[in-house]
Write a protein that binds this ligand. Structure first.
Ligand SMILES: [Zn+2]
Length: 293
């Protein structure tokens, strides 16, 4: 679907398959959030329907967390390239479910990728799905480094900006709880990315003593009521709750109990099914956001 709308007298934005791209009157393509300005960082929650996809961009680094189902791989690659990004320093695969890593084999073969981070899952539940097999094959074919997520490890990005890995901290019987959880800190701003953790993993993260506070939370497991315990949300104390959900979806996400939890926490709600892609800009002190819709 092609949709064009004039924004000002001299530029307009086209939404092609959900990817916002700005053009000037001469038809020169200008991505909506091209480069980050000095000292800024941007966090993109890319609309991939019922699935997760987040992109962290600092002045010289880019980190992709998940990429949605296979059918969105092209959209994600185009989105990243339209920002002028030709290298991903880290790709975090939170856990091997297809709504998170379905298209990752394609993304990492089309965009130069340095390191893939994933959870080390116990043998009994290691998936045998084609999306996971393709991912491992693509990692090998493209000579990409693999690191298993270790809670407490820091990934330095830019002066004043880094990612801290918070989970998994235990072994589990299901893949959702194995999700890599990480926190991006940029000056006084923090973003918490939670994959599909359930209440069990949330509780373990709190018990680990990790600092989970964040202005922005990627709501765990698409707003499922099996996640977002009061204790966890209270400790995170988010101002913005970002739900990555498809419309419609088969799971009834987000569940109304979860919406209530974040309402009680006084959060501003953002949803990819209603807002499209969402982009936060941090200058290390203040935080602003823009949405596709
Ligand atoms: Zn999921």
């Amino acid at each position: 679907m092609l949709f064009a709308a004039f924004i000002t007298l001299n530029q307009f934005v086209l939404h092609i398959n959900g990817v916002p791209t700005w053009y000037d009157l001469f038809g020169i393509r200008r991505p909506i959030s091209d480069a980050v300005a000095n000292g800024e960082a941007k966090v993109h929650f890319i609309d991939v329907g019922q699935g997760d996809c987040e992109l962290i961009v600092t002045e010289s680094k880019a980190v992709l967390i998940d990429c949605g189902e296979r059918e969105y791989a092209g959209t994600v690659v185009q989105y990243i390239k339209s920002l002028g990004i030709d290298k991903l320093d880290y790709v975090i695969c939170t856990h091997p479910h297809s709504d998170h890593i379905g298209g990752m084999y394609s993304v990492i073969s089309e965009i130069d990728t340095d390191t893939v981070i994933m959870p080390r899952v116990k043998d009994e539940i290691t998936p045998t799905t084609s999306s996971y097999a393709r991912l491992l094959e693509s990692i090998e074919d493209n000579g990409i480094k693999v690191e298993y997520a270790q809670a407490g490890k820091e990934l330095p990005l830019e002066e004043g900006g880094y990612i801290e890995l918070l989970a998994p901290v235990e072994d589990y019987d299901d893949l959702n709880n194995y999700s890599v959880v990480c926190r991006f800190i940029h000056g006084g701003n923090a973003f918490l990315f939670t994959g599909d953790i359930e209440k069990e993993a949330e509780s373990d993260i709190l018990s680990s003593g990790a600092d989970v506070r964040a202005q922005v939370i990627k709501v765990p497991h698409h707003g499922s009521s099996t996640s977002s315990s009061y204790a966890f949300v209270k400790r995170v104390a988010p101002e913005y709750a970002v739900f990555e959900v498809g419309s419609p979806n088969d799971y009834g996400h987000p569940h109304k109990e979860t919406v209530q939890t974040y309402t009680d926490a006084g959060c501003t709600f953002l949803r990819t099914d209603m807002n499209g892609s969402i982009v936060f800009t941090s200058d290390g002190k203040s935080l602003t956001y823009e949405t596709e819709k």
